[in-house]
Design a protein around this ligand. Structure first.
Ligand code: MN
Ligand code: MN
Length: 298
């Protein structure tokens, strides 16, 4: 159930997201340092009175999601290809999630348009009672029209307070096993991904984004307890990354790696299209409040 105050927080978080897309929409260009882009967006979120809901994801080419630059990543955007910029803003745990694709040299316009049109059409059918898989149907129709494929094992998601993926997925194909319907007083991220490849992603070995599995401190070393306590107070169950800890904790990268290997942390492995083909994405957050549909990130 969303209170009026929660709804106001969502509108305010959405305003921050929209403003950042407007202000920083052109920051992703060939030669720009990936880490600088992530840090600029995260800093602006904080300046405007929000908090990043997760580390800014910057996914290039056939990488679809879940890469955030590490402290030592000095790489720059290539001359060509697709870059997905995916970021979230929260105010007191009320989260909005949005993403767009930049076509660095205009060679994949079809993919960018397909994701965008699929999102537009999906957003236009949202109302309480509509089956979430109707979104998948629409995404599939648009993909067919553009002769591309949606990525079937990536989906949108319902959002709850401090919970980015609150259990119910919004599929990007007509998934007959998706039983849920849009409900009043709920928050949903809708995010079609399109590719010229096979339409599936798999997990890479690389992990740059983490979240706490529990608040338990048992079994941790003293240096780790400090880190985990800081994570609990700053990020709770929301995702975070090495960059956010490295100013305060000198060995943040090593500590996170060790906590992840010992299963104290959940990791979000980088997701890459299985056939190595380019991927586009478009994402907005809709809030259904008092029976009305609000696209808060547009
Ligand atoms: Mn997102
Ligand atoms: Mn999302």
């Amino acid at each position: 159930m969303l209170s009026e105050e929660d709804f106001r927080r969502l509108l305010a978080a959405g305003d921050i997201a929209r403003r950042i897309k407007r202000e920083l929409g052109k920051i992703a260009k060939p030669g720009a340092r990936v880490r600088d882009i992530a840090e600029a967006i995260e800093a602006r979120i904080r300046d405007l009175g929000g908090s990043p809901a997760f580390p800014v994801n910057i996914s290039i080419g056939s990488t679809a999601a879940h890469y955030t630059p590490t402290v030592s990543d000095n790489s720059v955007l290539p001359e060509s290809g697709l870059v997905k910029i995916d970021f979230g803003v929260h105010i007191d745990g009320m989260i909005v999630d949005t993403a767009y694709t930049v076509d660095l040299d205009d060679t994949y316009r079809v993919l960018v348009e397909a994701a965008r049109e699929a999102l537009d059409r999906a957003l236009s059918i949202v109302k309480p009672g509509v089956a979430l898989r109707e979104v998948g149907k629409v995404v599939q129709q648009v993909a067919r029209k553009y002769e591309v494929k949606p990525i079937r094992n990536l989906s949108g998601h319902r959002i709850d307070r401090y919970n980015l993926h609150a259990g119910e997925s919004v599929p990007n194909y007509n998934d007959l096993l998706t039983p849920w319907r849009f409900k009043d007083n709920s928050i949903y991220a809708i995010e079609p991904f399109m590719t010229t490849g096979a339409g599936m992603v798999s997990e890479d070995k690389t992990v740059t984004i983490y979240a706490l599995k529990s608040g338990k401190l048992k079994g941790l070393r003293s240096s780790e307890i400090e880190v985990v306590k800081h994570i609990i107070s700053e990020y709770k169950t929301l995702p975070f990354c090495e960059r956010w800890l490295s100013n305060r904790f000198r060995d943040a990268g090593k500590i996170l790696d060790s906590l992840y290997r010992r299963k104290f942390l959940r990791g979000y492995p980088v997701l890459t299209e299985v056939s190595g083909s380019p991927v586009s994405q478009a994402e907005d957050t809709v809030v259904i409040y008092g029976g009305e549909v609000h696209i808060v990130t547009r």
